[in-house]
Design a protein around this ligand. Structure first.
Ligand SMILES: Nc1ncnc2c1ncn2[C@@H]1O[C@H](COP(=O)(O)OP(=O)(O)OP(=O)(O)O)[C@@H](O)[C@H]1O
Ligand SMILES: [Mg+2]
Length: 273
């Protein structure tokens, strides 16, 4: 079984179309208007394998993945538990080294790079958002963002208040994570991911720990950040989230089963769970 372009099942989200992109991947007119910044980022994977363990314990988490995501696209990755979604995200973000294959992100080939080189790539190009926020509990919201600017040496500490305002937390900057709601903590995590102004924003189940209303707010924020030109990839179990994406990738058994294009992506309010 193979073929990322195999017939994709309709998921009941309107104008989804089966992908027909070839190697050139000429994008159709953008599904969502930009609000300023040029499209940046972009992802290309060719025959990517990621094998964990060896012998009887061997797991082929990615088993020949070919995938192309246009700069400035908003992708949702769906698939059953254990299908390789997180591994895919971690390979794109330079957290995991590949076993073989080619990975190009934001114009940089990162396959075959050492962990130290990958760290440099991440600092410069990638922001991560996780399901459980991963904030430092002993730092305030503002300090959780500032520390990234300090640690990476990228970004401007003077911009941190602006970032806090951008995620709607100007009045919560001095609160500690335990004093914030889940949605507010996730906003801090997004501000932290934005501190280095990344080309690519990767989110692994960003709404997995949130109620519907809060989850929609977080998705709306991610859409805003995409409209500013960033490439955004969201991994989720929630099929309903796919309707906000312009590109929907389904992963099964470490392989891309389908890539669908959505010419009329919905707003975050349309999502439900
Ligand atoms: N560090 C690791 N060592 C060994 N096996 C791993 C490791 N990370 C992931 N795997 C295995 O690789 C496969 C894919 O895992 P992955 O975490 O990418 O799945 P997933 O689609 O994100 O699942 P979920 O929806 O449950 O988060 C699984 O079989 C998993 O057990
Ligand atoms: Mg996962």
């Amino acid at each position: 079984m193979s073929g990322r372009h195999e017939a994709a099942d309709e998921r009941g989200h309107g104008a989804t179309q089966q992908a027909e992109h070839g190697s050139g991947d000429e994008r159709r007119p953008e599904a969502r208007p930009r609000d300023g910044g040029a499209a940046r980022g972009g992802v290309r994977l060719a025959d990517v394998h990621k094998v964990f363990g060896a012998g009887d314990a061997e797991v082929r988490a990615l088993d020949g993945v070919d995938l192309e995501l246009a700069p400035g696209s908003f992708t949702v990755v769906l698939g059953p538990s254990g299908s390789g979604k997180t591994t895919l995200l971690n390979v794109v973000g330079g957290i995991e080294q590949t076993t073989s294959g080619t990975v190009v992100v934001a114009g940089e080939e990162i396959s075959g790079r050492s962990p130290v080189d990958l760290a440099g790539f991440r600092r410069e190009h990638v922001g991560f958002v996780f399901q459980f926020f991963n904030l430092v509990p002993t730092l305030t919201a503002r300090e959780n963002v500032e520390i990234i600017v300090e640690l990476t040496g990228i970004g401007d500490p003077g911009r941190v208040p602006e970032l806090m305002a951008q995620v709607g937390l100007a009045d919560r900057s001095e609160h500690f994570p335990a004093q914030l709601s889940g949605g507010q903590q996730q906003r801090v995590a997004i501000a932290r991911a934005l501190a280095t102004d990344p080309d690519v924003l990767l989110a692994d189940e960003p709404t997995g720990a949130l109620d519907l209303t809060t989850g929609r707010q977080i998705l709306a924020l991610l859409l805003d950040l995409n409209r500013a030109g960033r490439t955004v990839v969201v991994v989720t179990h929630n099929v309903s989230v796919a309707q906000i994406a312009d590109t929907v990738v389904t992963v099964v058994d470490g392989r891309v089963q389908s890539v669908e294009r959505n010419d009329e992506p919905a707003s975050a309010e349309a999502v439900s769970w």
